[in-house]
Structures are given as structure tokens and as C-alpha cells.
Ligand binder design. Structure first.
Ligand SMILES: Cc1cc2nc3c(=O)[nH]c(=O)nc-3n(C[C@H](O)[C@H](O)[C@H](O)COP(=O)(O)OP(=O)(O)OC[C@H]3O[C@@H](n4cnc5c(N)ncnc54)[C@H](O)[C@@H]3O)c2cc1C
Length: 603
């Protein structure tokens, strides 16, 4: 083997919020840490996060506490959540947010100088610490600054294509640098996967190009279990026009600040369908909803701030019934607040600066004056690598996962704002426990044969040359197929067809070919990512077929109701010894009495 071998104790794959927080923590525990990322440091997907991070600081409403946050998260996840993770998250998020502030994050402020918190869907009280609508940027900036000073080794524009194992435990990773196309071997005692989600498996998505499900497949290929893969979140409000910007997110903060959803008849349709388990927490009328968004503690939230799965389905219903906007969505109107606030244009620009510029520049539309056209967009993966709630270790010794790459916290549906807090709570935990694992276990050996197999597979598209199947065309067809057959509304026959078509797409992918050389060859990068997209799409479709009910983000037209039977287990996916994907129903452990009581008291 003539590739360079780089030695570290803990290797973090991914430099978003989860990866950076993990790397900082591991380094604080005195081990040598490397961070690898596909793009430049500071450009991870986390940077795009807008609305804020959820933490029960109780700065704006002193009725908030970890107990309410825990209950909200469990209700939002329809009780499939890993309750231990939901408990740790609710308890530890406030401390993690204050820590960010101590490291230099400049949050928006209350009048008396505390961290300001805003309303978001599914959160009973204003809970999202934020920086205008650029919270992810501030999170990344703060972690990046802090991390750089901790002396992390950062490998940018480097893609990990395989994990290496030694007698069942993780031993490191194989990667290539995107600029020169050369392979590198990373030897490590522990590896943390923090690679984010899989949005690029679908045609319409808010996700960046990096989200090709790599981390899930890296872990799956070395035997780690995946969980809850059927739960893909379709955010209700993405841009739909012009076509070139379709899918780009329109933050929920617009609705948190008083934005309302209207159909083409001007009807505020969200009042027409309020789920029973949220009725007591939802405003009776428009006036009460408005008062809630303006901080009236006696008011209840408007139905626009119901959970994302529900809002997305209501929008879908309006469009299907022919009551949609001209380009196939509905209207999201924040301009209407001019009827309530004298300087509304300035207010909107101050509260939602990115949204203002996004629509002005991309759609030539002034949101302070006109409604936006919006529709659902593939946004977030609740499922992922199955981990232990306390340590974040997967079923493979030494392999950890955090952030969107890991499953458990969000169950069947994530509440907005619970991802950024997830990154810092479980990023820290993963870093701490990976460092402990690295200290407790000796160095693992690299198996040259594993490296050889992986590099041969990666280079195969060059052997087939430009006469082979075009990887972009296969990716395009996959995205269209997943959007149509495994999208927001699912049914048996369509998902079965998706699996059939996936076989055909795999067949084509095996014949994918590219020309040129290895330097910055984006066709080659696409051919490599494609294998991950295909594997993970199969996991989503299989898990979707297995769950014969509608729950959270998973909606089955043929099983439109929730089923008590399906409330008792998670669907876990693993690769068996023959390489086949296997599904198991794994019972959810009983919640301790204390947590059950917290759920009851917050119903
Ligand atoms: C537009 C938008 C707005 C959002 N707003 C909010 C919000 O307001 N609040 C909230 O809580 N959540 C929000 N989310 C969700 C949240 O931003 C993400 O879930 C979160 O940032 C994921 O962070 P992460 O650290 O897990 O992964 P990322 O930030 O995506 O980082 C993944 C990292 O992994 C690297 N990587 C991937 N594959 C490989 C590979 N094979 N080899 C090497 N490196 C690899 C990438 O380069 C990147 O560095 C939003 C999401 C979007 C798209």
C-alpha cells in the first residue's frame, strides 16, 4: 500500500456543528484529533440553519423547563424517540447554549440583556436561542474559532469513502482529497461519524450537495445498525419558484414571527385541521394566534406552528384539491402584519434578514409587501446510525455518531430548533466518549486488503471511461424516483416499485463511467456518492414499506391511521453476512416512571 497513513486517536468525519463540537470535546480530553470534511471548514450544512437552537433557558417565558422541552420532543416524535436521548437533550441543551455564549457566540438579546428566544413549531414556549435568521452561521463560526485554537488537524475537501476495521472494531478510514484525487489512510482508535443527512436522495430538497447519506452507509457497510430510516422530514415551507431555487428553505421563523399560510382563495386553511393531541395547545382564532407570536403568555400557538409533518400534509392537501398557488404551493404571508405593526417592513427585515434577501435576490419578491409561494421540501433525516443514548457509540466498537447522522432523539418527527441543540449536546457527548474509548483501547491495525478493495471500487468508473453510464443521469433519475414514489405521501405499491427501480439503478451504477483525470473530477465524485445514495434510498423505502401505519413524517395513504402495534418498536436495519439488507423490529424499552409522569403532566 503506497498511500500516506495519518495517525490520530480520534477521527471526526464531518465539520458541521456535531463534528466540530465533538472534536473540541475529544481534544479537551487530551487526545490527538483530526476532522475531515468534504468542503471547506466553516461551509458545512449547519451554516445554513436559520431559526435557532432549542433550549429551555426560560428567558422569555419562565414557565419553560427541561420537563416541558422533554415532553414536547417526545410528543413531536410520536413516542418513538430514544427517551434517554430526549431527556439528556432537554436537560443539557441550556448549558451547551450558555457555553457557546461564553465562547463568543453573539445571540439576539432580551431587553434585560439575556439570550432572546423565539417561538417555533411544536415548542410550547418561546425556546429558540437565535441570531436573527442566521443562527447556524454563528454556531459554526464560534465552534470553528474555538476548535482552531484547540489545535485540531483539519483535512478539508477530503471525502471518506470507507471505514476500516480490525477484528470487529473500527481502525480508521480511507479518504481521497477532492482537489488531487489521491487516497489517504487515516488510522484512529475511535471514529465519530458526523456527516449529516441524505436530502440529496430526493429531487426537491433544502439540503446542500454534501448530503448524500455517506455517514449512514459508511457505518452500515462495517456492520453498524441504522434505525428509523422511514422517517424523512419534509419541511412545509421551501421556495417553489423560480424552478432553479425550488427546495431552498423558508425558515419556520417566518411563522414564528406571525407569518400565516393561505390558499388561493385567501383562506387560512390551517385552522381547518387541528390534530386532537394538539387541540388544547392551539389558538381558537386568528387573534389569539397573533397574540401568541407577540409573546402574550395567555395565548396559545397558531396552527401554522403545529408540527412540520402535519403542516406539510395540510399544504399537500390544499394543492391536491386545486386550491394551491400558481406554481403548485400555497402562500406564506408575513407582509400582512402591516395591519398590526406600524413599521412592519423594518421589523420584518430586522427579524428575518436572510429571508428578505433570499426572496429579493432569488425571486425578485419583497416579503415585506407580498406573500411568498411555498411548498414542502425534503429537509431532515430523523433516522440514522443507532447509538447508545449516553455515549453515542454505535453497535461497532469505537464507532460513534452524532448530529443528523445519528438516530434516536427525534423519533418520528423532529421539532424545529431541536437539531442545533442536538449537535451541541450529543456532539460533546460523542467527543468525550470517543476520547475515553481511544484512551482505553490500543491502536488498531490497518488491513491492506480492505484498503485495496475500497480503492479498486472507487476507481472503477475510470476503467469504464466516458462510454459508461453517466453518473449524473443516474443520480437525476434516482432523485426523481424517490420524490415520486417514496415522498411525502406513500403507499405499498409505489414503495415496492421504488425497490424494483432501485435494482435497475444499481445495475446502471455498476456500469457508471467517467473520463478525464482524478483532479477535481466532479463526475467521479458523483459516481462515488451515488453508491451511498442508492444504499440509503433502499433503506428508506424498505423501512417505509415495513411501517404499515401513518406516524410523524411517515404518511401512508393505504394506512392513514396510527397503529398501537407500531408504537412499540423501532425498525432497525443491518447488513447481514451475505451483504443483504435486513430489517428487525426492535422493541422500545419502557420509559422510567419519572419520565412517564413528565409526559403526563404536560399533556
Ligand atoms: C436551510 C436549513 C435551515 C435549517 N435551520 C435549522 C434551525 O434553525 N434549527 C435547527 O435546529 N436545525 C435547522 N436545520 C437542520 C440543521 O441545520 C442540520 O440538521 C444540522 O446542521 C446538521 O448538522 P451536522 O453537524 O449533523 O451535519 P452538517 O452540518 O451537515 O455537517 C456534515 C459534515 O460532514 C461532512 N461530510 C459529509 N460526508 C462526508 C464524507 N463522506 N467525508 C468527509 N466529510 C463528509 C460535510 O462536508 C460536513 O462538514 C436547518 C437545515 C437547513 C437545510
Amino acid at each position: 500500500m503506497n498511500h500516506p497513513v495519518l495517525e490520530h486517536d480520534v477521527l471526526v468525519v464531518g465539520a458541521g456543528g456535531a463534528g466540530l463540537r465533538a472534536a473540541i470535546e475529544a481534544s479537551a480530553h487530551g487526545v490527538k484529533v483530526a476532522v475531515i470534511c468534504k468542503s471547506l471548514l466553516g461551509k458545512a450544512h449547519t451554516v445554513m440553519a436559520e431559526g435557532g437552537m432549542a433550549a429551555a433557558l426560560a428567558n422569555v417565558d419562565d414557565r419553560d423547563s427541561w420537563r416541558v422541552h422533554f415532553a414536547d420532543t417526545m410528543r413531536g416524535g410520536q413516542y418513538l424517540n430514544n427517551w434517554r436521548m430526549a431527556e439528556l437533550h432537554a436537560k443539557e441543551a441550556p448549558e451547551r447554549v450558555r457555553e457557546l455564549e461564553a465562547w463568543g457566540a453573539v445571540f439576539d438579546r432580551t431587553r434585560d440583556g439575556r439570550i432572546l428566544q423565539r417561538n417555533f413549531g411544536g415548542h410550547r414556549y418561546p425556546r429558540l436561542a437565535h441570531v436573527g435568521d442566521r443562527t447556524g452561521l454563528e454556531l459554526i463560526r464560534t465552534l470553528q474559532d474555538h476548535g482552531v485554537h484547540r489545535g485540531l488537524d483539519v483535512y478539508m475537501e477530503t471525502t471518506v469513502i470507507g471505514l476500516l476495521t480490525d477484528s470487529g472494531r473500527v481502525a480508521g478510514a480511507l479518504a481521497y482529497d477532492r482537489e488531487r484525487g489521491r487516497f489517504k489512510v487515516f488510522r484512529a482508535r475511535a471514529v465519530i461519524i458526523a456527516t449529516g443527512g441524505l436530502g440529496r436522495a430526493f429531487r426537491v430538497t433544502s439540503n446542500s450537495w454534501e448530503y448524500t447519506g455517506d455517514g449512514y452507509v459508511l457505518a452500515y457497510n462495517v456492520g453498524a445498525a441504522l434505525m428509523d430510516m422511514e422517517f424523512v422530514q419534509f419541511h412545509p415551507t421551501g421556495m417553489i419558484w423560480p424552478p432553479s431555487v425550488q427546495g431552498i428553505l423558508v425558515t419556520e421563523a417566518v411563522r414564528g414571527e406571525g407569518g400565516i399560510l393561505l390558499n388561493k382563495e385567501g383562506r387560512r386553511f390551517m385552522f381547518d385541521d387541528i390534530p386532537e393531541n394538539y387541540r388544547r395547545q392551539t389558538a381558537d382564532d386568528e387573534e389569539e394566534g397573533w397574540r401568541y407570536t407577540q409573546g402574550d403568555k395567555a395565548a396559545r400557538r397558531p396552527p401554522e406552528l403545529l408540527t412540520r409533518d402535519h403542516v406539510a400534509r395540510c399544504i399537500n392537501r390544499e394543492v391536491k384539491a386545486g386550491r394551491g398557488s400558481p406554481h403548485g404551493g400555497v402562500f406564506l404571508d408575513i407582509a400582512w402584519i402591516r395591519r398590526k405593526i406600524p413599521n412592519s417592513a423594518e421589523h420584518i427585515k430586522k427579524k428575518l434578514p436572510s429571508m428578505y434577501h433570499q426572496f429579493k435576490q432569488l425571486a425578485d419578491l419583497d416579503i415585506t409587501d407580498q406573500p411568498m409561494e411555498v411548498g414542502p421540501t425534503t429537509h431532515y433525516t430523523m433516522g440514522g446510525i443507532r447509538v447508545d443514548g449516553d455515549t453515542q457509540m454505535s453497535s461497532v466498537p469505537g464507532l460513534f455518531a452524532a448530529g443528523e447522522a445519528a438516530a434516536g432523539l427525534h423519533g418520528a418527527n423532529r421539532l424545529g430548533g431541536n437539531s442545533l441543540s442536538d449537535l451541541i449536546v450529543f456532539g460533546k457527548r460523542a467527543g468525550e466518549h470517543a476520547a475515553a474509548f481511544a484512551k482505553a483501547n490500543g491502536a488498531a491495525s490497518i488491513d491492506d486488503a480492505q484498503v485495496e478493495r475500497a480503492t479498486t471500487l472507487a476507481l472503477a468508473p475510470f476503467d469504464r471511461g466516458s462510454g459508461g453510464e453517466n453518473p449524473y443521469a443516474i443520480q437525476h433519475d434516482l432523485q426523481a424516483m424517490m420524490q415520486d414514489l417514496v415522498g411525502i405521501v406513500r403507499q405499498e405499491s409505489e414503495m415496492a416499485e421504488a425497490l424494483e427501480r432501485l435494482r435497475g439503478l444499481w445495475h446502471r451504477a455498476e456500469r457508471a463511467g467517467i473520463g478525464g483525470n482524478r483532479e477535481y473530477n466532479s463526475g467521479w465524485h458523483t459516481a462515488i456518492d451515488l453508491r451511498n445514495l442508492l444504499t440509503i434510498s433502499e433503506a428508506v423505502a424498505r423501512a417505509g414499506l415495513e411501517r404499515k401505519e401513518s406516524r410523524g413524517a411517515h404518511f401512508r395513504e393505504d394506512y392513514p391511521e396510527k397503529s398501537a402495534e407500531y408504537s412499540t418498536f423501532n425498525i432497525v436495519i443491518q447488513r447481514d453476512t451475505s451483504g443483504e439488507m435486513t430489517l428487525t423490529r426492535v422493541p422500545i424499552p419502557a420509559m422510567p416512571a419519572e419520565l412517564q409522569q413528565v409526559v403526563e403532566e404536560n399533556k
